[in-house]
Structure formats: structure tokens, C-alpha cells
Write a protein that binds this ligand. Structure first.
Ligand SMILES: Nc1ncnc2c1ncn2[C@@H]1O[C@H](COP(=O)(O)OP(=O)(O)OP(=O)(O)O)[C@@H](O)[C@H]1O
Ligand SMILES: [Mg+2]
Length: 318
């Protein structure tokens, strides 16, 4: 296996007597998208700031791009790009000038700086706006400029702290396309988000941060299996077949109007097989069988103990 792009072990951080991170472990393989989820104040931005060497950890270690964040922060900085939660765009100057400023910071020659800036402005659909003050840009344009500025230094690892917060659905989808494109070029993306749907859509692996610790980590599918709410749904067209099945399947939740039965299940292959075997032996044949797994919202609320736990939908399948 190749070296991970990011590996953190027992990261801690406190402000005064408030513990923000209480031992965070993470591994992000190269060329993948990793998403850190958590409610407001969970410590997502703090984690990004520590891993990108903007602030120091109170404890634990981490390697980013193979370099220790405490021992060799310069080497870490040379390998990464960071798009912060709050825009780094200077509104008083134009988009192009913001880009050229970044090129200067990365010590590119005038000529090379102009070339890279022009290429990125083109790629992020900002050519028309390039000569206008950035303060006149819409939120989505500012966000695109922010990411374009991050890419000037050709980072191998990119930290994106809530890149789509406040964007409309179309801009959000455009941003997803940009992020996927980065990864197809071999870049590693560390993404924080408030949108579960975004993590579900983009991330290879997802970690949920709660109370200063990683409450759960895995693929979206793995996380969904952690919470109840999944079920197998059998639909019948023949009322007589439905009647027979509902008598045989006493533990199922019945919907007599829609001729459907719901059997609680975690959606795993093993449970599915035992349900199918059982239906076979009882001689029940449904017209349609669908597996419903809980969505990431269920996972998020269950793990972070937030208000609004969708208990109703869970009870409905019992
Ligand atoms: N410089 C600081 N001084 C004191 N407390 C801080 C500082 N920075 C962050 N905190 C506290 O640390 C906790 C975590 O903040 P952080 O910004 O990492 O959360 P977050 O998960 O990014 O939240 P959000 O979703 O709102 O962006 C919060 O309670 C915050 O008030
Ligand atoms: Mg934040």
C-alpha cells in the first residue's frame, strides 16, 4: 500500500479549559476524497487548521504528504493548498489580481504567473469577471476564485473547509464537478461539510466528529448500516397473496392499502439471505422486493445526538 496522504494520531486541542479535539485519529489514502462531518462547533475547522499547520496541536501527531506537521511544517505547506471556511479573496482588487498575488506568493516568475492565472481563470469560468473587482462577484464566483487561488501552487493535497456552504444547487453541483476533476488528476481532497448529501455524493470515506472524537468512520454505506431504520419492503399486487404473506409475517409492518410489508433489516447480505430463505420456505412470492437503507441524515443525528432524530420513521418499520 502507498503511504497515506494524511495520517493523524490522537490529535488534541484545547482553548482554555474547553477541549475541542480529544484524540482524533484519521487516515486518508492518496488520491481519495475524505469528508469530515460534524455539527457546528464540533472542531472541523480546528482539525483543518492543525493539519494545514496554521495552528499547532495540543497533543498527538500527524503526517501530511509524508511530513510531520510539527517537525517539518514548511514541507507540509509546500505540498498542500487550503481553502478556508471564510473567503481569502480580497474584494478591493480584481479576480485576476488576486490570482497574480497568489502566483507571487508562490514565487512564480511574472510570465509563469500570468500563464497559470489565465489557465485557472479559464478553467473556473471566470474569464469574463477577471477584470472586475472581486467584491462584485456572487458567492459562487467568489468560492470558485477561492479554489482557483488555492490551485496556483499545484498542491497534491487540498483542504476545503465547507466549500459549498451558501451556494445554490447548481453552483454546488458545479463545485462537486470541480472537486471530482481534482481527484481524477490524483489530488487528495480533505473536505469538511454540513451537507450529508455532499459527503454521500463525493467522499470515498466519511468521518463524523462529535464531542472532540471521531464517532464513526467508513464509507457512506458502512455508516448507514450503523443505525436502525433499514428495512426490506415486499409489495404484492394480488390481495390474496398479500393476506397470506401478512399472516405468515407477523413481525412485519403492514400497509393494507398499498399491499406492502416491511421487515426490519440492516440491509446486509447475510440478513437479506436469511429473509429470502425464510420467504422461500414459507412459499411467499412478492411482486417487488426492495431494500431500504437509512440515509446519512439518520446516521448523523444518531451519532451526534442532535435534535430532530427521525424516530418516527424508525418506529414505522418496527
Ligand atoms: N481561537 C479560538 N479561541 C477559542 N475558542 C475557539 C477558537 N477557535 C475555535 N474555538 C472553539 O472551538 C470549537 C470548535 O470550533 P471549530 O471552528 O473548529 O468548529 P467547526 O466544526 O468548524 O464549526 P462550524 O461548522 O460552525 O464551522 C468551538 O467551540 C469554537 O468556539
Ligand atoms: Mg468550521
Amino acid at each position: 500500500m502507498t503511504k497515506p496522504a494524511i495520517a493523524a494520531n490522537g490529535l488534541r486541542k484545547s482553548y482554555g479549559d474547553k477541549t475541542v479535539l480529544d484524540g482524533v485519529d484519521l487516515i486518508v489514502p492518496e488520491g481519495t476524497i475524505f469528508s469530515l462531518l460534524g455539527p457546528n462547533g464540533a472542531g472541523k475547522t480546528t482539525t483543518v487548521q492543525i493539519l494545514s499547520t496554521l495552528i499547532s496541536a495540543g497533543g498527538g501527531q500527524a503526517q501530511v504528504a509524508g511530513h510531520d506537521i510539527a517537525a517539518d511544517p514548511q514541507a507540509v505547506r509546500a505540498a498542500i493548498g487550503v481553502t478556508g471556511q471564510f473567503s481569502a479573496v480580497d474584494g478591493l482588487i480584481t479576480g485576476e489580481e488576486n490570482m497574480l498575488l497568489m502566483a507571487d506568493l508562490h514565487h512564480l516568475s511574472k510570465q509563469e504567473g500570468r500563464r497559470v492565472a489565465a489557465e485557472l481563470l479559464e478553467r473556473f469560468d471566470l474569464v469574463e469577471a477577471a477584470k472586475k473587482p472581486a467584491s462584485t462577484y456572487s458567492g459562487g464566483m467568489k468560492r470558485r476564485l477561492d479554489i482557483a487561488m488555492t490551485l496556483v501552487g499545484k498542491p497534491r493535497i487540498i483542504f476545503l473547509d465547507e466549500p459549498t456552504t451558501g451556494l445554490d444547487p447548481r453552483s454546488r453541483h458545479n463545485m462537486w464537478g470541480i472537486i471530482r476533476e481534482l481527484v481524477s488528476d490524483g489530488v487528495t481532497v480533505f473536505l469538511t461539510t454540513q451537507y450529508l448529501e455532499e459527503a454521500d455524493e463525493l467522499a470515498d470515506r466519511i468521518a463524523v466528529l462529535n464531542d472532540g472524537r471521531i464517532a464513526a468512520e467508513g464509507t457512506a454505506a458502512e455508516l448507514k448500516r450503523l443505525v436502525p431504520g433499514g428495512h426490506v419492503r415486499l409489495r404484492f399486487t394480488d390481495p390474496i397473496a398479500y393476506q397470506a404473506a401478512s399472516l405468515a409475517l407477523e413481525q412485519a409492518n403492514q400497509d393494507d392499502d398499498a399491499f406492502t410489508l416491511q421487515i426490519p433489516s440492516d440491509g446486509s447480505q447475510r440478513e437479506l439471505r436469511s429473509i429470502l430463505d425464510w420467504l422461500d420456505s414459507a412459499g411467499i412470492e412478492a411482486d417487488e422486493l426492495t431494500v431500504h437503507t437509512p440515509d446519512l441524515d439518520d446516521v448523523f443525528f444518531a451519532l451526534t445526538g442532535g435534535a430532530g432524530v427521525p424516530t418516527q420513521s424508525k418506529e414505522a418499520v418496527r
